[in-house]
Each structure stands twice: as C-alpha cells, then as structure tokens.
Design a protein around this ligand. Structure first.
Ligand code: ADP
Ligand code: MG
Length: 468
C-alpha cells in the first residue's frame, strides 16, 4: 500500500491532536508526503524543508509519527526524510525573500531533484539514511586541516582489502565528517556497485534496535546489520549512555570484523574521549585507523567558498571571499550559510556581489547569529522542547519533569541575555535570586556530567540564537 494525500492529512490530524497546535505547526505541518514513494509498505518518503528540521523531528517526534502512521494505516512504517526546500517542493505561497532564501539554503534545483529520487535509486541499503548527492570527493576542498582525513577516506573507499578496521573519523561540528562519509559511499557504489553499503546515524541505529526489541524482531535486526559489506554509522556519540544499544553495536562490530567487513564511524571526539561509552567499545573503536578533521585555515576557507560559488555558478570576487573567510572561522557549515544568504540577497535585489554590499549585509548576518534573545522566547522554546505547559515556567510545582526544564530556562536566561539574577527570578513567577543562582550552577554541573542534557542545551542555544 502506498500512502495517499488523504492518509497523510489524516496522519496530520492525529499528530496535531497528539502534540498540540503550536508544536504541530512548527515541526510537523511542514512535513509533506513525497511525490515518489518507495516500493512496498515498509517505508514512507517524506519531504522536510531543512536538515535541521529533519534532525529535530527525528529526535523528538519519531515515536509520535510512527504511532500516527500505525493509527491511520495499520502499518508500521519507517519514515525516510528527504530534505527539499519548500520553493523546490511545490509552488507554495511564500514571500520572494523566503523563496530565494530557501533556494539558496540548499543546492541548485537540479540537485534537489536528484535527492528526491534517492529513495528509489539510493546506493545504500534500505533502512539506512539517504546520501546527499553533493557530498562527493570531488566537491571536498582539502587543506592542511583535512588532507589526511581526505586521503584516508579515499583509500578506504578505493580498496576493498580492509586494511584499516574500523575507520574512525572525528572532529567538531560542521567540519566535513558527514560529507566524507557520504563521499566514501558514493565512491564505493561507483566502483563496486555490488558491495552492500549501510549508512545510518547512530540515533537511527538505536531507534531501530529498540523497535526490534519491542516487536521481538531482533533476529531480523541482527541479520540486517550483519549482512552488509560496509557499515557506516554517523555521529556515534549519540549512542552514549544507551547500554543495550551499545552492547548490540559492539556485537555487530565484532561480527563484521570477523567477516572482514569494513566499518566506518564518525564522532565528535576521538574513541578514547567518548563519554558514556563502555571501555571495551572505546578501545575496540580505536583499533583501526583514527583520523581527525580540524578547523580549516584561512586559505582553505577561501578555497571552500570559491568552490561552493563555482558550483552555484555565482561570481564571487576574491576580496569578498577573503572577507567572509576571515570573519567566519568557526566551521564550514556556517561559512556555507553565510555565502547562501549573501547569494540569496544579491539575487533578490539583482545586484552583483561586491565587498561593499557584503560588508553591509554581514552586519545583518551577525545580527542573525547573535540576535537578542528574550526571556519570554526562552521560556516558550524550552516549554515546547520538553513538551510542558508554558505556565509551568512560572508555577511553583517542583516535580522533576517541570523543575528541570525550568532550571534549564533560567540557565539560558542567564547565559543568553544580559538580565540580572533578580530580574530573571521575577520573570520566573517571582522567584528569589538565590533560586536562579542555584539553578544556573546546577545546570552547569549537569552539563559536564550528563551528555544528553548537554546536547539538549546545545540544541536550545542554537535554536534561540540562530533563527532556525
Ligand atoms: P560534520 O558532519 O562534520 O558536522 P558536514 O559534513 O555536515 O559536517 O559538513 C557541513 C557542511 O560543510 C556540508 O555542507 C559540507 O559539504 C561542507 N563542508 C565541510 N567541509 C568541507 C570541505 N572541505 N569542502 C567542501 N565542503 C565542505
Ligand atoms: Mg555530520
């Protein structure tokens, strides 16, 4: 059975009832049924406007969505998310600015089309994540910071002698780990299409495992993961603290190593530094080849901008590239974001890109990155994130499910605004300033000891400060 628009509308209704209007509108309403649906009745292809939104939905609404699908269709289906900016998805009513921005946020139209077809002709096995067609070795710009990782990845992709197992790639956010991993998969597929490649995020691995346990289908799960030639798990750090999944992952690794199958893993830290991992898993992950991607130097950042501009067929003057690369040093993703906004703006006003317009626009850009956040916004977002009622931010209830979010909101109010402790206390139902101080200290402590809380705080900070 293929899902129809009627099914999808009904699923939307269920979702709305489940999560409430505001969460529904922010996160679930934008999900659209893809035009092309995969064969069979195990997977439904869904379009989502941005990658951020996809990650958010996977993280927070996987179960709700699955249940709504079961409720409506009687089928337990996996959702395949296809990132498609709204302008390309359909002629949705949008302001010209929003359209231009959405378009510039991702690849040119041609590539988007290709991405839409991915569930049908994907070179990776079903059940895994979809590959981004732009993430190839050809599109990867090298410099001192990533040369070694690039060559190692190429070596792994080009030879099937399994000399390094696992291949462990680590580094900070937005430095090209996922890009390199996809590039390996594309290359293997181009070279030896019959090699069975499974590419998945560790979150999806955990989710599928938990689901297999619930459904008593662990044998199928084990078979699926052990019968591949190449297993790629992206962002393994999210498996931290999940003991049963770690155990299963460890067993899968050993089974694959025994069969001389290639395992490739990325993470934000080196194997030995991974928090919340069992020692034997950490050490096993470090047995193969471990490489790090570092932050690119200025020269490489300029080269990356120029390469992206060329791909977009945009004329980017050298002085502008230098200026942008100099101002945005944090990571490649932000650099890309800045370039996209610049392109969106200049296309919209039909002006060529010049240093003067860039400098002018960059003022706005930085305002976007560091925009002023209010306590109200913090309370709203945190309540939404933890799915509690907004008034709990002001209430005196102390049960942990509301007290913890409230403390996190206080912490964010202290770190993201310039308000004083007493002012914050007042905004949280007239609490004493010492309560706020205590909350801030407490969350600071937890941030170091609880990886999942740390991750939550990071996501909230990102949402609040970048207009995402
Ligand atoms: P990570 O997985 O390390 O967080 P990604 O691989 O998602 O980072 O990279 C973020 C963005 O930056 C992607 O769009 C990617 O194509 C781009 N990028 C990162 N490094 C490079 C590079 N060296 N050359 C070209 N693009 C890059
Ligand atoms: Mg990544």
């Amino acid at each position: 059975m293929r899902l129809t628009t009627e099914h999808w509308n009904a699923i939307h209704e269920h979702l709305k009832a489940e999560v409430g209007d505001s969460c529904f509108e922010s996160w679930l309403l934008p999900l659209k049924l893809a035009d092309e649906q995969p064969e069979g009745n195990t997977t439904v292809a869904v379009k989502v406007p941005t990658r951020f939104m996809r990650d958010w939905v996977i993280r927070h609404y996987t179960d709700v969505l699955r249940k709504a699908i079961v409720d409506v269709t009687g089928l337990d289906m996996t959702v395949d998310y296809i990132v498609t900016p709204p302008a390309a998805a359909s002629a949705q009513a949008a302001t010209p600015a929003a359209k231009a921005a959405a378009k510039a946020e991702t690849a040119p139209k041609v590539t988007t089309k290709k991405a839409e077809k991915a569930p049908v002709s994907s070179p990776v096995l079903e059940g895994g994540n979809i590959l981004d067609p732009r993430y190839t070795f050809d599109n990867f710009v090298t410099g001192k910071s990533n040369e070694f990782a690039y060559h190692a990845a190429k070596r792994i992709a080009e030879s099937d002698d399994i000399a390094y197992n696992p291949f462990f790639l680590h580094g900070g956010v937005g430095l090209g780990k996922t890009h390199l991993m996809h590039a390996i998969a594309w290359q293997i597929h181009a070279q030896t299409p019959k090699r069975r490649v499974m590419y998945t995020s560790s979150e999806k691995f955990v989710y599928q495992f938990v689901r297999a346990l619930k459904d008593k289908k662990t044998i199928d799960f084990k078979d699926a993961f052990r019968s591949v030639d190449v297993l790629m798990i992206d962002d393994i750090q999210f498996i931290a603290g999940k003991d049963a999944s770690q155990e299963e992952f460890f067993n899968t690794l050993n089974a694959l190593f025994d069969q001389r199958k290639q395992v490739i893993v990325t993470a934000d830290k080196s194997p030995l530094e991974l928090d919340g991992f069992e020692d034997r898993l950490r050490s096993r992950l470090g047995w193969g080849l471990t490489t790090e991607v570092h932050r690119p130097d200025l020269e490489t950042r300029v080269a990356i901008l120029e390469s992206k501009a060329q791909n977009m067929k945009i004329d980017l003057p050298r002085d502008v590239a230098l200026f942008l690369a100099d101002k945005i040093a944090s990571n490649v993703r932000e650099l890309e974001g800045a370039l996209n906004r610049l392109v969106a703006h200049t296309t919209l006003v039909h002006q060529p890109i010049t240093l003067a317009t860039t400098q002018e626009l960059l003022k706005d850009l930085f305002r976007v990155y560091n925009r002023a956040v209010t306590i109200d916004e913090i309370q709203m977002k945190v309540a939404e994130f933890y799915r509690i009622k907004l008034h709990e931010m002001h209430s005196s209830r102390r049960s942990r499910d509301v007290a913890r979010p409230r403390q996190i909101a206080m912490y964010l109010a202290k770190t993201l605004t310039s308000k004083s402790y007493p002012e914050i206390g007042k905004a949280f139902g007239g609490r004493d300033h010492t309560t706020v101080m205590h909350a801030v200290k407490h969350i600071e402590g937890l941030r170091d000891s609880d990886p999942s809380l740390k991750e939550d705080v990071k996501i909230l900070e990102n949402m609040l400060t970048t207009n995402a």
